[in-house]
Design a protein around this ligand. Structure first.
Ligand code: UVW
Length: 305
């Protein structure tokens, strides 16, 4: 943990946007960044990056996470005349982390302290009183940049345990002729999601995966990325680089940098289109649900090219 603490101190954004800030690096998304982002929507094609919410989702019960339960609560209910008005309603019960999601800045922490020095006691069984997902407000709407590391490596998908380094991110930028800039949301494709979507192997999808190594934290910090997401369940590599320190990138990104992580983004069709037309940036609309005190949010992110 000393390495994590040291890195966290070096990359800390605590206080940068005020002692009360709860939005972290989303503060990089200024009106100018959004205006620039809209110019990346050039041809009007929209890609949904969200997994479907249903009982056939990716969860295998790990950490108490189950797939969503969807049930119909009103079926062909009528008012008034026979063959007149009828309606159908439904309900959804789900862990907010069940499928495509943002982690809030209250999701992980160490040393009893969350992002911006908030005591961990601010999170209770009622949710987070600080750094919750509803504090994200109007985010996330910005320019998205996709870096396709599987394509860079010349494979359909990276193997579990493959560590993505800053050098991979930079090599992908060069190969794709795109540059990650202040306020961008960075999407990293590993191709691993096809283990679930195509092979239907939930266990293999959820237990081990390729992902970002801890040394990417500094790169994300220096590039002033607003949010980062991948097509895996953890963003970072599993098995962990140091087996004694679980999810170190989560700790430094969320708690110290104030950077939200996006997981299980479905990037396959977007990546195929980017390969076809050579345009790797787009307008990304991935707004958080305003779950009061929420520790995360389910999403259907839209990439508009
Ligand atoms: C944890 O950090 C526990 O989970 P996730 O990878 O879904 O953010």
């Amino acid at each position: 943990m000393e390495r994590v603490r040291q890195l966290g101190r070096e990359l800390s954004n605590w206080g940068r946007w005020g002692t009360d800030d709860q939005r972290g690096t989303l503060n990089f998304v200024t009106p100018q960044v959004i205006q620039r982002a809209t110019s990346s929507a050039r041809k009007g094609r929209v890609f949904s990056l969200g997994l479907a919410l249903g009982s056939d989702g990716p969860q295998i019960g790990q950490g108490g996470r189950v797939n969503p339960l969807h049930f119909v609560t009103a079926l062909h209910v009528g008012y008034g005349a026979a063959n007149g008005f009828r309606y159908n309603d439904d309900a959804l019960l789900l862990p907010l982390q069940a499928a495509t999601q943002w982690d809030s800045l209250a999701h992980v922490y160490y040393d009893d302290t969350l992002y911006n020095g908030v005591p961990a006691t601010m999170v209770t069984s009622a949710g987070a009183a600080r750094n919750a997902i509803d504090a994200v407000g109007e985010g996330v709407l910005t320019r998205g940049v996709l870096l396709d590391i599987a394509r860079l490596e010349g494979v359909e998908r990276l193997p579990p345990g493959f560590v993505i380094r800053p050098e991979h991110l930079e090599a992908a930028e060069k190969a794709q002729q795109v540059c990650v800039r202040t306020g961008d949301a960075l999407l990293v494709r590993t191709g691993h999601i096809t283990v679930f979507t195509r092979d239907q192997n939930r266990e293999a999808y959820m237990r081990q995966m390729p992902g970002l190594g801890l040394d990417c934290a500094r790169w994300l910090y220096e590039r002033e990325v607003a949010a980062v997401a991948t097509d895996t369940n953890a963003v970072e590599v599993i098995p962990f680089e140091d087996p004694g320190i679980p999810l170190p990138l989560h700790l430094v990104c969320i708690r110290d940098i104030g950077l939200i992580l996006g997981e299980m983004f479905y990037l396959e069709e977007l990546a195929a289109d980017c390969t076809r037309d050579g345009q790797w940036d787009f307008l990304l609309a991935a707004p958080a649900l305003k779950v009061r005190g929420g520790l995360g949010t389910p999403l259907n992110p839209l990439a508009v090219k």
